[in-house]
Design a protein around this ligand. Structure first.
Ligand code: PRP
Length: 300
């Protein structure tokens, strides 16, 4: 009969300074990857009794990691031969006795595959040398986009809004946002070019739609100085929309130079150089499924 989990005091929990507690270098490497991806972890937090002699636990199994966001235990298999067979046997027993417990036996090469399955993308920290760490992981991004969509949907029901995106960075956010909107709507895009720091912003591709008398929601990936948004709002206002509001995924207030109204904001972000989910660094990294911080030394 299962006797439940025995809670142990976690040796470490997403704390890089505690890595000396790891029994094996592969575990430290796994923790480093999880930290990079912003995935919380606990090291050996639970022991599962597997066999009893009378009232005494005769055999137990302590998986290497527990990932609370995924509700998943992970046991790393880096050693060969007998020890691996022993781990497989214990995992089989654990699954039989505790069928509700999710556990995966992972070889090192399986780790990134597992993360890709959970939406973190197939690229590991070693392939992203300019990236310091992930600021907003994919599940949090998707969750927040869905929340924003619910707010927008409630406000625009019956109004058939025109959602206007400012190319190019916004396409990822825009695509995810509109897929969550279960109301009739129209999408359109503007393209602008900026000239140097504090320089003028020029419209290089105007709207295809006539927005006069229509309800317009301007969608932006990030508002930084606010210069682009100010210019675009003035431009759109000149076309006589019935209403004009702004939905920005990221708000970097620390860098604001002009006051601009933001009606829907996904996340307030720190004054760091961000990439991913549409944002680029020299046109790269737009395709990352998360928002990440570029290393300071890469910007020098
Ligand atoms: C980004 C973003 C905004 C603008 C915000 O575009 O999409 O349009 O910067 O910055 P601001 O508030 O300081 O004006 P970017 O010029 O990088 O072009 P992109 O969308 O093609 O990446």
């Amino acid at each position: 009969m299962p006797k439940g989990q025995q809670k142990k005091t976690p040796l470490a929990s997403s704390a890089p300074e505690a890595t000396q507690a790891f029994a094996h270098p592969a575990e430290a490497e796994f923790a480093r990857i999880l930290d990079f991806y912003g995935i919380r972890w606990e090291y050996e937090p639970h022991s599962f009794p597997l066999r009893w002699e009378g009232d005494q636990v005769a055999e137990a199994f302590t998986p290497d990691f527990y990932l609370p966001q995924l509700d998943l235990y992970v046991e790393l298999t880096t050693l060969r031969g007998g020890l691996n067979r022993e781990k497989h046997r214990k995992v089989r027993m654990l699954r039989r006795i505790y069928p509700h417990v999710k556990i995966k036996l992972l070889k090192k090469r399986d780790v990134l595959r597992l993360l890709a399955k959970y939406g973190y993308g197939p690229i590991g920290p070693d392939e992203l040398p300019e990236i310091d760490r992930i600021l907003i992981p994919p599940p949090r991004l998707q969750e927040r986009v869905a929340e924003l969509a619910r707010l927008v949907e409630d406000d625009y029901r019956g109004l058939e809004p025109v959602l206007v995106g400012v190319l190019r960075g916004v396409v990822f956010f825009m695509a995810d946002l509109v897929r969550h909107l279960n109301i009739p709507l129209v999408i359109d895009f503007l393209s602008i070019s900026s000239y140097g720091q504090g320089g003028s912003v020029r419209i290089i591709k105007d709207l295809d739609e006539d927005i006069e008398g229509r309800h317009v929601l301007l969608v932006e990936d990030i508002v930084d100085t606010g210069m682009t948004l100010k210019k675009v709002l003035d431009h759109l206002q000149g076309k006589g929309p019935a209403s004009l509001k702004v939905c920005a995924l990221l708000d970097k207030q620390a860098r604001r130079l002009v006051d601009v109204p933001l009606h829907y904001v996904g996340f307030e972000v720190p004054d760091e150089f961000l990439v991913g989910y549409g944002l680029d660094f020299h046109q790269r990294y737009r395709n990352l499924p998360f928002i990440a911080i570029v290393k300071h030394e890469a910007l020098a």
